[in-house]
Design a protein around this ligand. Structure first.
Ligand code: S3P
Length: 442
């Protein structure tokens, strides 16, 4: 990459063309698992030691929130080790100021569940993107459990002001398959009287279920339903966070769409609720091999060997996309360099992520010369086959996953792609551009 630090933080960065991705790489820790480790570690008794922690801005927001509630958390800059001195189920203290969740929807929604059950008052807010994102999906069921939550737009948007209460368990069918919603209710449920049952239309990622069990809570799972009981205590433990498959996804696609690639990505989490990207890419003709499969801290892990692959356009449904929900932008890039058209539907949720990812990807693809049609719940992309794109300038709208996806598209461009707002990659993948430069064959 030719960008200097000033270029990155000053605004735009010119992502370079490349003939392939070669060598070995380890991606930073899983964002979802890193959040949950801090949250459960804080309300457990005793010490929780986390290795492989993702030092992204979203996860630092979670650490900041629990420090503000009186939890001692040792974490040094540029270290993936975090030590949390948990104070037990009744150990959180009223924060002295508003909690700032930055850009992080996971911090906000999961903590809202937890705060609803604490015997104190708290306010949570975030950046301009987060303040636009829907919160009613958590506020409504938490209110049914007895929580008292006020917020902008009748509880629909941040800031939310929460007066914690003694909650009661409920049986709730969620209107959307969302791990953030399910987890918010589980974190409220472990404090509530009786049982909390959450049924989803389809099964979302299950990291909270797995980690709660690791900390000693009783979690019952039956297809798309989860049950938790009020618990007297969680026990601190050691957590080894695997690499984030959502971060690996950029490199997987980058390797597939370039002619001279062979890339080994070590230590990636391959929880079946997250491996939709592998299934989708295999359906498109992509070659990815799982090696050295193992389990760490209750989560499946593997090394991924990826090779250059001629891709073909396919139909992708909402059910196929759910376990790849964060991979929509990079799937669009795979589609852009496939032979034939790809049609993605059932993806309405993508409109309320860090940006409206359907609109933003459609705009970015058009700007670099990839023909596409936006649908209300998805997109149709006309693949370029083996042709390359000229390149150009795009706006990431401050969305980390858009910036990283377009950096991979730049590999197949003549002139590179200028990415505005490239610093957003720090939300989930600090060091992304350095890693890309290291494995890129120019
Ligand atoms: C996450 C759940 C997903 C995902 C987000 C992380 C989590 O959000 O998009 O990046 O850690 O629970 P939704 O629950 O809104 O689908």
């Amino acid at each position: 990459m030719i960008a200097t630090k000033k270029d990155i933080f000053g605004g735009s960065l010119l992502a370079q063309p490349g003939r392939g991705l070669k060598g070995e790489l380890a991606v930073p820790g899983d964002k979802s698992i890193s959040h949950r480790a801090v949250m459960l570690g804080s309300i457990a008794s005793g010490v929780t030691e986390v290795t492989g922690f993702l030092e992204g801005e979203d996860n630092l927001s979670t650490i900041g929130a629990f420090r503000a509630m009186g939890i001692e958390i040792d974490h040094h800059k540029d270290s993936s080790v975090v030590v949390i001195k948990g104070k037990g189920m009744r150990g959180l203290a009223e924060p002295a100021d508003v909690i700032d969740a930055g850009n992080s929807g996971t911090t906000t929604r999961l903590i809202t569940g937890l705060l609803s059950a604490q015997p104190f008052f708290s306010v949570i807010t975030g950046d301009s993107s987060l303040r636009k994102r829907p919160m009613k999906r958590v506020v409504e069921p938490l209110t049914l459990m007895g929580a008292s939550i006020a917020g902008r737009n009748n509880g629909g948007n941040l800031p939310l002001a929460i007066s914690g209460r003694k909650l009661k368990g409920i049986s709730y069918k969620t209107p959307v398959a969302s791990a953030q919603l399910k987890s918010a209710l589980m974190l409220a449920g472990i404090f509530a009287d009786g049982e909390t049952v959450i049924e989803e239309p389809e099964k979302s990622r299950d990291h909270t279920e797995r980690m709660l069990a690791l900390f000693g809570a009783e979690v019952k799972i039956d297809k798309n339903s989860v049950r938790v009981q009020s618990t007297n205590g969680l026990n601190g433990c050691k957590i080894d966070v695997p690499g984030d498959i959502s971060s690996a996804a950029f490199f997987i696609v980058g390797a597939m769409i370039t002619p001279a690639s062979s890339l080994l990505i070590r230590g990636v989490g391959v929880n079946p609720t997250r491996t939709g990207i592998i299934d989708v890419l295999r359906k498109m003709g992509g070659s990815v091999e799982l090696q050295n499969e193992r389990v760490a801290s209750g989560e499946p892990v593997a090394d991924l060997l990826v090779k250059t692959s001629p891709l073909k356009g396919v139909e992708i449904t909402g059910t196929e996309l759910l376990p790849a929900i964060d991979e929509f932008p990079i799937i669009c890039i795979a589609a852009a360099f496939a032979e034939g058209a790809t049609r993605i539907t059932g993806a309405k949720e993508l409109r309320v992520k860090e940006s409206d990812r359907i609109a933003v990807m459609s705009e970015a693809l058009s700007k670099v010369g990839v023909r596409n049609t936006e649908l209300p719940d998805g997109i149709v992309i006309e693949g370029m086959g083996s042709a390359s794109i000229k390149g150009g300038a795009i706006e990431s709208h401050g969305d980390h996953r858009i910036a990283m996806s377009m950096a991979m598209a730049a590999l197949r461009s003549d002139k590179g792609i200028e990415i505005d707002g490239a610093a957003s990659v720090d939300v989930s993948f600090p060091g992304f551009f350095g890693q890309l430069d290291r494995v890129r064959v120019s």
